[in-house]
Design a protein around this ligand. Structure first.
Ligand SMILES: Cc1cc2nc3c(=O)[nH]c(=O)nc-3n(C[C@H](O)[C@H](O)[C@H](O)COP(=O)(O)O)c2cc1C
Length: 159
């Protein structure tokens, strides 16, 4: 029997090229979830629309799944015109999934919350000169959960 594929994780931040409408986000999520579900990918996508700032918005995504699948996916995301400047914060093997229940969880947050999480990750993992294996601690999951809990659930993102 072939050995099961090793579990891998990517975490990156990127800049949105323009504000995304609810419909555009729904489309992105619907496609992403179908693909992820079929390829055993799970994770969480944070999006801030950059409101109040001279910015188009930003993404922070945690992807977990088979390494080859994730590498292909991250290459696609790098080429995706909906975002630019993909900066990988973590790229390495992990023992278990942090978000086993989500083909792609989603939450739209205010920019300071996204910045706080990004700063925390950079503080934990260094200024990310080179992507390397990292361990997602239970504390990090708790921090992300705390951000999630502050926001109401948007039913149309749960379809
Ligand atoms: C911020 C962001 C996150 C994305 N996350 C995923 C994802 O988790 N899964 C997925 O299949 N596509 C995701 N996509 C879409 C991919 O970039 C790409 O459209 C998808 O892999 C299909 O590529 P293709 O049209 O070349 O087949 C994401 C795109 C963006 C901008």
């Amino acid at each position: 029997m072939p050995a099961p594929a090793k579990l891998h994780q990517f975490v990156y931040v990127s800049d949105a090229t323009g504000p995304l409408t609810v419909e555009a986000l729904q489309l992105l999520l619907r496609k992403a979830r179908a693909y992820n579900h079929a390829h055993h990918v799970t994770g969480l996508l944070f999006y801030s629309d950059g409101a109040g700032e001279n910015s188009a918005g930003a993404f922070l995504q945690i992807l977990e799944g088979p390494e080859d699948v994730l590498r292909g996916l991250v290459s696609n995301i790098r080429l995706d015109t909906r975002n630019v400047r993909v900066r990988v914060l973590a790229d390495g093997p992990v023992a278990e999934r942090l978000f086993p229940e989500w083909a792609m969880g989603f939450v739209a947050v205010v920019p300071p919350d996204l910045d706080r999480l990004t700063d925390y990750l950079r503080g934990q993992w260094g200024a990310a000169s080179l992507p390397r294996a990292q361990t997602m601690s239970p504390e990090l999951r708790q921090r992300m959960q705390a951000v999630l809990d502050e926001y109401p659930v948007w039913p149309h993102f749960l379809e």
